[in-house]
Design a protein around this ligand. Structure first.
Ligand SMILES: Nc1nc2c(c(=O)[nH]1)N[C@H]1C(S)=C(S)[C@@H](COP(=O)(O)O)O[C@H]1N2
Ligand SMILES: [Mo]
Length: 459
């Protein structure tokens, strides 16, 4: 066991992001009892496997006087006046769901304002990440920027632009917007798995991916507004206004496709400060670091800019010792989010196995799921409508027979790209990579019902 997993030993058995310590104590005291007596929150739903007979259980418990026959009791909340509808003015999740939060990985450097908070994928449904749970990767912390004092400059190398301009947020918001659903995944998502560190939960293995409906103006419209030479421009450089001045080269072909957005909206409201308020670049399908937050400058050019953030960071060490730059596109990937590492199956019986799939090359075509570590596969139900370069939800029922099982998902995108196994990926990429890991994830369900993050020799 590495120091890292030792440190997390507590989490592997009883992760606070799934069951509360009280609930875990109840589980240890007697499994069935826990099922009958606990109000099952969304984050604890997997514990309810096969418990479709709550009524029968309630009747068994009924002692006439004190019994909690939940369907027949008249609770206070069913017979009194509820709270005023004007409170609170901005709604928050109910207190019973307070464990579903972003978290900082205990294994990463403890500079909290300049690191990453992971999204709790284990407790989310569908494909949209609530804005308050969108992962936050900030190299220099995040900022609350007054939109009145914010400007975006579009400029370029000599001869590539007739009218360089400086825009206010209001200028951008007067233009015709589009709204599109896209994932953002950090190139470092699942990085620890390259070294088989086995971080315990899906929040830490895959929680640097999130998906929002973004609203904004296609960047191509701004370039036309500035009289850019669209044939002469080969690459653009995007730069952030924050302390890290995050900056990246983006190929003009992506801009010409109309997919690259200067966004101000996220899930129906303005961007969250953590995610780049008031303006961020959205570059669908491309690694997170290119999706520049607090976007202050776009520069047009003829060659890649080789900026600080693409020479040292987000490069891949290949087996021949050469660093690969500009990996850019996030390849076809999927993961089972529940049941997943750190969760506990309470009982044998039927479970819904659910997860997310995505590809930087387009739409997800199919997802197969294996319960025996990749020996046999079954097609999962892919939930539509499937969006371009967005998270896609899959579901498949499974009967757990109490034996050890190895859960895997394998996505295929519309270009035919099949998500690789670790063996396949390491053959090409070697063992020294950190970024761009899209390998198949394995969760082992132990006979006790505990679920662990494992890697198999043959997959
Ligand atoms: N200005 C700025 N933009 C930035 C970053 C940053 O630190 N500063 N981080 C980048 C990285 S590495 C990622 S993965 C994404 C994360 O976006 P999010 O924090 O909205 O999830 O933003 C990118 N854009
Ligand atoms: Mo990132």
């Amino acid at each position: 066991m590495s120091d890292y997993t030792k440190k997390l030993g507590r989490l592997r058995k009883a992760p606070e992001d799934f069951l509360s310590s009280e609930q875990v104590a109840q589980v240890q005291a007697g499994r069935r009892d826990f099922l009958r007596k606990t109000f099952l929150t969304a984050t604890a739903t997997m514990a309810a496997g096969g418990a479709a007979n709550a009524y029968a259980d309630d009747r068994k418990d009924w002692d006439g006087e004190k019994g909690s026959k939940l369907i027949l009791d008249k609770p206070e909340w069913g017979t009194t006046l509820g709270r005023g509808v004007d409170e609170p003015p901005y709604g928050m999740p109910i207190k019973y769901e307070k464990n579903l939060v972003r978290r900082i990985s205990p294994g990463l450097a403890a500079v909290t304002q300049a690191n990453v908070a992971f999204a709790p994928l284990q407790g989310m449904f569908g494909i949209i990440t609530p804005s308050g749970l969108h992962f936050n990767r900030s190299h220099q912390g995040w900022y609350e920027i007054n939109p009145e004092e914010f400007r975006l400059m579009v400029m370029g190398e000599k001869g590539l632009i007739k009218n360089p301009k400086v825009y206010s947020v209001g200028d951008i918001m007067r233009m015709q917007p589009v709204s599109r659903i896209h994932f953002i995944e950090c190139g470092a998502n699942s990085a620890m798995e390259w070294g088989n560190v086995a971080v315990p939960t899906v929040q830490y293995t895959h929680g640097m991916v999130s998906c929002s409906e973004f609203t904004g103006v296609p960047l191509i419209d701004l370039l036309e507004d500035c009289g850019a030479d669209l044939k002469g421009v080969r690459f653009i450089m995007a730069e952030g206004a924050d302390g890290s001045h995050e900056n990246r080269t983006i190929p003009m072909s992506l801009v010409l496709s109309g997919e690259v957005l200067v966004a101000y909206g996220q899930n129906g409201e303005m961007l969250r400060a953590e995610n780049g308020y008031p303006l961020r670049l959205v570059v669908p399908g491309v690694e997170g670091v290119s999706q520049i937050k607090y976007l202050r400058r776009i520069k047009l050019g003829r060659a890649p800019f080789a900026t600080k953030d693409e020479v040292l960071g987000y490069v891949d060490m290949m087996p021949d010792g050469i660093q690969r730059q500009y990996t850019s596109v996030m390849e076809c990937k999927s993961v089972i989010t529940s049941p997943s590492g750190g969760q506990v199956l309470m009982d044998q019986g039927v479970y819904n196995v659910t997860g997310i799939a995505w590809s930087g090359r387009g739409k997800i075509k199919r997802v197969d799921v294996s319960f025996d570590g990749g020996i046999s596969w079954k097609p999962a139900r892919v939930e539509g409508p499937v969006q371009n370069k967005a998270l896609t939800r899959f579901n498949i029922p499974w009967v757990w027979n109490g034996k050890s099982a190895f859960l895997q998902s394998r996505a295929v995108d519309e270009t035919g790209m099949v998500q690789p196994t670790y063996q396949e990926l390491r053959k090409i990429r070697g063992t020294r990579s950190v970024y761009h890991n899209n390998a198949i994830q394995t969760w082992q369900v132990e006979e006790t019902g505990d679920i662990r993050n494992v890697q198999l020799a043959n997959s």
